[in-house]
Design a protein around this ligand. Sequence first.
Ligand SMILES: Cc1cc2nc3c(=O)[nH]c(=O)nc-3n(C[C@H](O)[C@H](O)[C@H](O)COP(=O)(O)O)c2cc1C
Length: 179
Amino acid sequence: MKNVFVIKTSPRKSGNSDHLADEFIKGAIEAGNHVEEVSLTGKNIQFCRGCMTCQQTHRCVIKDDAEPIREKMLQADVIVWATPIYYYCVSGQMKTMIDRANPLYSMDYKFRDIYLLATAAEDEPSTVEGTVKATQGWVDCFGKATLKKVVFAGGVNSKGDIEGHSALKEAYELGKTIQ
Ligand SMILES: Cc1cc2nc3c(=O)[nH]c(=O)nc-3n(C[C@H](O)[C@H](O)[C@H](O)COP(=O)(O)O)c2cc1C
């Protein structure tokens, strides 16, 4: 049984990437894992100030909603990012949370397996490339962690477009493989 932490980063509640995340969660719970989720919607998460204090203190000088999320990231075995693709990259919300998780860089983090769930209006293989690269760049900074798998749902723009998309089953089946 793994501690799985799912971070939904879309500002659009119950949108396409949230739905993809829900399927992954369903599978991971069925497989007997302990799953927690957070949505960044409505959270007060300021930009990283780049002061680097965290590398000495393991704490961030900014006290806001990033702190409990970072704590969950620290304790998780598996981290799942769900993001809409914004300008061929991760959403700004996801990137801001990644930056604010910088204290983890010098800490004894537990996570080993990272998963990326992404949605976009376009449906070309290249649509997701920048998003994977950005996520991989973060994972590469954590030597004990690996980007295990990416699920991409292309061709979904409006809320609800993802209904019936094959990526939903893919995410569910992927969730079931976690143990
Ligand atoms: C600011 C912004 C930028 C976007 N950039 C892209 C893009 O580069 N490529 C693309 O295919 N779709 C793009 N989209 C569309 C979203 O990725 C798409 O609607 C996605 O399914 C939204 O997921 P959500 O419902 O979880 O928010 C963009 C949407 C927004 C709001």
